[in-house]
Design a protein. Structure first.
Length: 167
C-alpha cells in the first residue's frame, strides 16, 4: 500500500494544478519581439533579392496584427496587401497558404474560405512556431515570379530566426 500512496498523491497534485490553471482569469502566449520579426523579414527579403526577385514581406503576430513590413525598391504596389494577407491567412488558419491553396480548391468542402475578405490561399504565407509548436507569428512574401518562390523566401526568413525561437 505504501507504493500506491505516492502515486495517488502525485495524480492528485497534477489534477489540482491543471484545474488551477483552467480557473485562472488569464492566458499566456508568446509573440516575437519586433527586432526578431524584423530579422525574419530582412532575411526573407534578402533571400528573394539574391534570387533576383523584388518582393514585399510582412510579419504578423499570432493574432494577425502586422509587426513588420518591408518592400524592396522595385517591388510592385500589390505586395503590401498580398504579403499581409498571406501572413494573416497563415496564422488565422494555422497552416501555410500553399497547403490552404490545395485544401480550398474549387469543388472542395473548404472552397468558401476563398471568399473571405482577408483570406488569401496563395503560396508565400507560413506559420512561425516556437520549439514547442506554439504559433508565435506568421510571415508572408509576395512578388517573386511564383508562389513556390514566395514560400522559399518565407522559409529563409524563418530559418534566420530559428535558433532564437527554438526552445
Amino acid at each position: 500500500m505504501t507504493r500506491i500512496a505516492p502515486i495517488a498523491l502525485a495524480a492528485t497534485l497534477v489534477a489540482t494544478c491543471a484545474t488551477a490553471q483552467d480557473d485562472d482569469a488569464f492566458v499566456t502566449f508568446k509573440v516575437l519581439k519586433p527586432e526578431v520579426a524584423l530579422q525574419a523579414a530582412q532575411a526573407a527579403l534578402e533571400h528573394c533579392r539574391a534570387g533576383g526577385y523584388q518582393v514585399g514581406v510582412t510579419v504578423v503576430d499570432r493574432f494577425g496584427v502586422p509587426q513588420v513590413f518591408l518592400r524592396d525598391r522595385f517591388a510592385g504596389a500589390h505586395v503590401q496587401d498580398t504579403s499581409f494577407r498571406k501572413a494573416w491567412t497563415s496564422v488565422s488558419f494555422r497552416a501555410g497558404t500553399s497547403e490552404l491553396n490545395a485544401t480550398t480548391a474549387p469543388g472542395s468542402e473548404s472552397y468558401g474560405i476563398r471568399f473571405l475578405d482577408l483570406a488569401l490561399p496563395l503560396g508565400g504565407g507560413l506559420v512561425v512556431q516556437d520549439g514547442d509548436g506554439s504559433i508565435v507569428a506568421g510571415i508572408g512574401v509576395s512578388g517573386a515570379p511564383g508562389p513556390s518562390l514566395d514560400d522559399e523566401c518565407a522559409e529563409a526568413g524563418i530559418a534566420a530566426i530559428e535558433d532564437q525561437i527554438a526552445f
